[in-house]
Write a protein that binds this ligand. Structure first.
Ligand code: ADP
Ligand code: MG
Length: 241
């Protein structure tokens, strides 16, 4: 079943076109990666996917519902590229606040806060104010916030930037676990070894999806041995058209 469907998405900021004819279908339960360099349009595209931004043209369906939809938002967890946390509150207070936005009951909230804190390894820091957190701890907090209401769809915009390799691995194994439980995950990255861990990739360059497929398929079709070389190959193909 298709969970996210984008057709002919175009977006402009003032005169500058940043997304061009983007069409994507992401099946339910998939771990989908949007791979592209800085400025290629990843953040703009994920904001459009969840209805935070309305495209100038094109249509977005999430679980067959046209976006933006408040109801659909209830089932989406979004981790933005920059952390949006209340610095003067503790980690627990932050999580409790976001849980209350989703109208979770007080009792369920405290249990769920412990669960998500354990997932991102912040249990020991739950009662510290977020202003004292390192950059990596804030990223982990943002991930915990995105997970608080057990979303069916998780959208993560460069979630592991500033996170050390050990914790990065542990976050990836958590993502795989969530996927096994049926969560659909969309992640943006510019890092090849992360892209390697996704089921399917959309390669984004200058606002175009230049290729789509599994990491293996993308390498095979381009007769290259690395994703990096494959990316360059598809970029070249696009320029020649
Ligand atoms: P990425 O996440 O891949 O780095 P973005 O979607 O953030 O890409 O940006 C795509 C392009 O749109 C870039 O050229 C960026 O400078 C531009 N852009 C992004 N946000 C805005 C904005 N709010 N106003 C004007 N230009 C923007
Ligand atoms: Mg971005």
């Amino acid at each position: 079943m298709t969970y996210i469907e984008l057709s002919d998405i175009q977006h402009y900021y003032k005169q500058e076109q940043v997304l061009r004819n983007v069409a994507l279908e992401i099946p339910k339960g998939q771990l989908f990666g949007l791979l592209g360099p800085s400025g290629s349009g990843k953040t703009t595209l994920v904001k459009i996917m969840i209805g935070l931004l309305e495209p100038k043209k094109g249509e977005v369906l999430v679980n067959q519902v046209p976006m933006p939809s408040l109801e659909a938002m209830q089932h989406i967890g979004y981790m933005a590229q920059s952390d949006a946390l209340y610095n003067e509150l503790t980690a627990r207070e932050n999580l409790d606040f976001f849980a209350s936005l989703y109208k979770m009951k007080k009792k369920d909230r405290s249990k769920r806060i412990e669960e998500v804190a354990a997932m991102v390894d912040l249990t020991k820091h739950l009662d510290k104010t977020v202003e004292h957190f390192s950059g990596g701890m804030k990223r982990r907090m943002s991930l915990a916030v995105a997970l608080i209401h057990e979303p069916d769809l998780l959208i993560l915009d460069e979630p592991t930037v500033g996170i050390d390799p050990v914790l990065r691995d542990s976050i990836w194994s958590d993502l795989k676990k969530l996927q096994q439980q049926g969560t659909t995950i969309v992640i943006t990255t510019h890092v090849m070894d992360e892209a390697e861990k996704c089921n399917q990739l959309g390669l984004l360059r200058d606002g175009y999806i230049i290729a789509q497929g599994s990491p293996d398929e993308l390498r095979k079709q381009s007769e290259t041995s690395t994703l990096e070389a494959a990316f360059l190959y598809y970029g070249q193909q696009k320029s020649e058209v």
